[in-house]
Design a protein. Structure first.
Length: 271
């Protein structure tokens, strides 16, 4: 076990969240982003966060927000375009697999859209500069598809599901993995409470929220975030984590299609 850099005789498993040096309880200063050593606690330099690990504007995040907004105003709820793109088990079983993606860009109301886009703006600004557009996009779309799978699994095949919540929950899961990998406490950063609060809201009766979509997206984000983190630590080819995300995405589509067909067969048999 490492020893405190100021007290070499004291073993410790805690490191400064800013400089990474091991610190003992007497040297720890609690901050909103984790424990800091005495020197870093007095500095006014930028604390390590996911956003500070790399620079650049989150352009893909802005593009995704723009697509969601255009899709909302271009296919208002109840219109024919909306009905042709909404996620539902029956049309997916008929081969309309595009609904697994397009359903994640539709919203049932302006408040629904605004809430999801706000979270996408916050999470995208944290993750995209650090990951790069390719890996960020891979995590986003994989989470969108695992969210669609979760919605298919836990929703009646005749019921439609819309919203970017699956992808957003996936970004939450990926951000949780990255924070932990970099020694930043997700609880003190506010991310873990945000995930728990949104999950709790998902289970409130009468809100018509896709629990399956949220859980599926979160699971996809945790998995892809873990894969990207592990492969990045090994300094592997940057396309390898993208390929791994693609495999998960294809698997999610295949399972969703198979389960949708099973639901249709059950309906036809009267089960």
């Amino acid at each position: 076990m490492e020893t405190c850099y100021r007290h070499p005789s004291r073993e410790t498993g805690v490191s400064c969240s800013s400089c990474g040096r091991p610190i003992c309880p007497d040297c720890m200063t609690t901050t909103p982003v984790g424990m800091r050593c005495p020197e870093c606690a007095t500095q006014k330099t930028q604390v390590r966060t996911i956003a500070s690990l790399s620079g650049g504007d989150p352009m893909l995040t802005y593009v995704l927000i723009g697509i969601n907004v255009l899709m909302y105003f271009g296919s208002r709820s109840g219109g024919s375009a909306f009905n042709d793109l909404v996620l539902a088990g029956l049309p997916v079983a008929d081969g309309e697999l595009w609904r697994l993606v397009t359903g994640g860009f539709l919203h049932g109301g302006l408040l629904h859209l605004a809430f999801n886009m706000y979270l996408l703006y916050i999470l995208g600004g944290m993750l995209e500069p650090s990951l790069g557009k390719l890996r960020f996009g891979a995590i986003y779309f994989t989470s969108l598809l695992t969210g669609a799978l979760g919605a298919i699994l836990l929703t009646e095949p005749t019921q439609g599901t819309v919203g970017a919540s699956g992808a957003v929950f996936g970004l939450m899961g990926a951000a949780l993995v990255f924070l932990r990998a970099r020694g930043i406490d997700p609880m003190q950063s506010g991310l873990l409470p945000m995930i728990l609060l949104n999950l709790a809201i998902s289970f409130i009766p009468g809100l018509n929220i896709s629990i399956g979509g949220h859980l599926g997206g979160l699971a996809g984000g945790l998995l892809t975030g873990w894969i990207v983190t592990r492969l990045a630590a090994r300094r592997s080819n940057p396309l390898i984590p993208v390929a791994a995300c693609a495999v998960i995405a294809v698997a999610a589509v295949g399972v969703a299609y198979a389960f949708a067909n099973a639901q249709v067969d059950s309906l036809q048999l009267g089960l």
